[in-house]
Design a binder for this molecule. Structure first.
Ligand SMILES: Cc1cc2nc3c(=O)[nH]c(=O)nc-3n(C[C@H](O)[C@H](O)[C@H](O)COP(=O)(O)OP(=O)(O)OC[C@H]3O[C@@H](n4cnc5c(N)ncnc54)[C@H](O)[C@@H]3O)c2cc1C
Ligand code: FES
Ligand code: FES
Length: 478
């Protein structure tokens, strides 16, 4: 077993004996690749965006991540692409760089590498080009001086000029290289990556205290220095816990499935067609590419969005210890007190599962935050209702941000069960949910305000799901 991390950085093979808890941004910049910028170092600005390419089903799949939060331990066997790596000619600009020049989309230039990388990642991954999707790919990139309109125009210029490009050939990378979007060395990355033994990297590193690390998007914001001295167990690339599958009437989700993998899962979209509307409120695209379900649930924040989502589906968590002995805990019993779960120190979450709801069923997620995008929730809530002959045959409701733990509204559930929906029933249930909540006042709002928010979110669930029964005018507070 080796502790060395092997990966390809742009066109260069790296075999480095480094602390795997260092973040890729520091490694890149220490190696004189200073085009990638350090802005916030908290995942908020996108100046540090790089592409990570990974071999999947015999092709290299690229995604954007925030290098300021992505540990080196997560890049073994992968291709890391910085702004220097997409234009190695030193003479001509790539079509995306050219579009930025023509639209005046760069002034101080601090944000520009991040935008260019995100758009290049979009071209490398998109099936067909579309201005709206190109804009979506830059989600999380912030420009402080140009104003975003010229950047949006540059993206539109690319998508309209090259919209036939992606359908031209089976070999998309060849087409992109032919048009100068990426250098020719991209054509050989697949073969080069296949020569790196992914299992070779020692996924446990010894230090003082012990941490499981998945995407790192919580840990490397909170305690990057502690991570450098800790015993780390890297989970992100463990293939055994990266899956989404349907089995015997249940959906099983491996703990290192990322938020974006859940969002794009055909299985999840079959049963939850509005998934995009719920999950687009989670962080930004690069964060969704690294943030995992296991990380969200085990961070145990009372306002975790995926925690609310899966608690509302009445999920069960499956834990494994060192010897792979499994233990199951219903999510509603998993959270014991603030940030404390029923998981023992040597156990990690392997996967969760939940029953596929019986039709007809109604599902909704609501989130209110101080800023609509790229912000954690002040309060969030999820509801699942199954009905039979207009009677509520099953119901689960979660509420985040209104207690020290992610709350499963047990009393409100019991109250609603086996009843027929009506305006009066909904009003009584909302009142009961408000009484189950015990929020505290903090930077996200006063306790009374959060309680009121929860009640309004519950009304939103019912108004969206049962517009024939209740409308906004029924919920006006006297
Ligand atoms: C800019 C930004 C925006 C964000 N926006 C949102 C948002 O909108 N909504 C939201 O809910 N969160 C948000 N987050 C928080 C974070 O991205 C999520 O909580 C994410 O899901 C954490 O997953 P991770 O894999 O990155 O966790 P990590 O940082 O790797 O780990 C988080 C915690 O979980 C533990 N852990 C990880 N995997 C396991 C496992 N399999 N078993 C046991 N323990 C494990 C770790 O030890 C650690 O304590 C945001 C973060 C940033 C930086
Ligand atoms: S430096 Fe701002 S997102 Fe990484
Ligand atoms: S050009 Fe200055 S921050 Fe975007």
């Amino acid at each position: 077993m080796t502790r060395n991390i092997k990966f390809i950085l742009n066109n260069e093979f790296i075999n480095a004996d480094v602390n795997p808890a260092g973040v890729i941004l520091d490694f890149i910049r220490d190696n004189q690749l200073t085009g990638t910028k350090e802005g916030c170092k908290e995942g908020d600005c996108g100046a540090c965006t790089v592409l990570i390419g990974e071999l999947k089903n015999d092709e290299v799949v690229y995604k954007s991540i925030n290098s300021c939060l992505f540990p080196l331990g997560n890049v073994h066997g992968k291709h890391v692409v910085t702004i220097e790596g997409i234009n190695q000619s030193g003479k001509e600009l790539t079509p995306i760089q050219q579009a930025f020049v023509e639209e005046g989309a760069s002034q101080c230039g601090f944000c520009t590498p991040g935008f260019i990388i995100s758009l290049t990642g979009y071209l490398l991954s998109a099936e067909s080009l579309d201005a709206k999707d190109a804009l979506y790919s830059m989600d999380g990139n912030i420009c402080r001086c140009t104003g975003h309109n010229s950047i949006i125009r540059a993206a539109e210029r690319i998508t309209s000029k090259f919209n036939k490009l992606t359908g031209q050939s089976e070999n998309k990378i060849q087409v992109l290289a032919d048009y100068g979007f990426v250098p020719d060395y991209f054509l050989h990355i697949k073969e080069r990556l296949s020569k790196i033994d992914k299992a070779e990297f020692h996924r446990e590193v010894n230090g003082d205290s012990t941490y499981f690390v998945s995407g790192g998007s919580d840990l490397f914001v909170q305690i990057p220095d502690v991570m450098m001295k800790s015993t780390i167990k890297f989970l992100y690339d463990n293939p055994e816990i990266k899956f989404i599958r349907e089995e015997n009437g249940h959906i099983l989700i491996g703990s290192t499935s990322t938020v974006n993998e859940v969002l794009n899962s055909k299985i999840m979209l079959t049963y939850f067609p509005s998934l995009f509307n719920f999950i687009e409120l989670f962080g930004s695209l690069p964060i969704r590419n690294s943030a995992t379900i296991g990380g969200n649930l085990n961070n145990a924040s009372p306002i975790g969005d995926m925690t609310s989502f899966f608690l509302g589906l009445n999920s069960t968590i499956v834990l494994a210890d060192r010897d792979d002995n499994l233990r199951e805990i219903p999510m509603r019993d998993y959270y014991l007190s603030y940030k404390k779960t029923a998981r023992n120190g040597d156990e990690y979450m392997k996967y969760l599962y939940f029953k596929i709801p019986t039709k007809p069923y109604y599902f909704n997620f609501e989130k209110v935050s101080k800023r609509t995008y790229l912000d954690i929730a002040s309060v969030n809530s999820t509801i699942l209702i199954e009905t039979s002959d207009d009677i509520i045959s099953d119901v689960h409701i979660s509420a985040g941000g209104v207690s020290a733990i992610p709350l499963y509204l047990r009393k409100t559930r019991d109250f609603l069960l086996n009843k027929t929906l009506s305006v009066d029933l909904i009003k009584d249930a909302v009142e009961m949910a408000g009484n189950e909540a015990a929020p505290i006042s903090d930077a996200r709002g006063a306790a009374d305000y959060k309680k009121l928010l929860l009640k309004r979110l519950l009304f939103s669930h019912f108004i969206k799901l049962f517009p024939e029964i209740i409308s906004i005018k029924d919920t006006v507070i006297d």
